[in-house]
Design a protein around this ligand. Sequence first.
Ligand code: 5GP
Length: 209
Amino acid sequence: MSSNPRGSLFIVSAPSGTGKTTLVERLVQMLPNLRMSRSYTSRQARAGERDGVDYNFISRDAFEQRIHDSDFLEWADVFGNYYGTAASDVERMVVSGQDVVLVIDVQGARQVKARAMDHTAIFVMPPSFQALEQRLRGRSKDSEDQMQRRLDTARSEASSYVDYDYVVVNDQLEPTVVRLQEIIAAERSRTHRMKPLAQGIIQTFKPCR
Ligand code: 5GP
């Protein structure tokens, strides 16, 4: 059961290749009441990716229409493709008391912050640039040009960690998942989030007449 009738919003950002998706998928498997938001994107599905599961894949035109209709809580152009989070998806989940995690880039995280919404932002770092490059090259079917673009973006994004509430270094999967769980547990216990439950308990302290 949630300690708060309204769910909390978490953001996880990390340079591409840090392993954030694997981390967050593991996290939502382990934590009841935490759901990952499914983003919209205009990029082509990669082999093995499914529409409505990994992303909602839509055309550039459809994406631009949604921008025009102010459908997105946040959106960004990442590596030449659009990515965005539907405001209505997040609202539906938090209203039903579920905590939601957005796995989004630093541009998107800035937009959520600018909206002054209550949220907790976590930045995941690789242990080093070399470790990140090794991982990216290991998994990638990108051209050398695309690879250099990803690496350049990673270089510029890494210093954004200062704008986040927490920083976690992903050196090993399981300990990093545990660290993320601990952050979420601590955040769920913050006084302002516990207030509805605490107030209910306080009511039981009132003397009977
Ligand atoms: P990929 O194409 O590798 O799945 O994702 C590329 C980048 O887009 C990643 O850094 C990922 O976090 C980011 N991304 C995915 N979904 C969203 C979204 O809804 N909003 C924003 N701002 N970035 C996203």
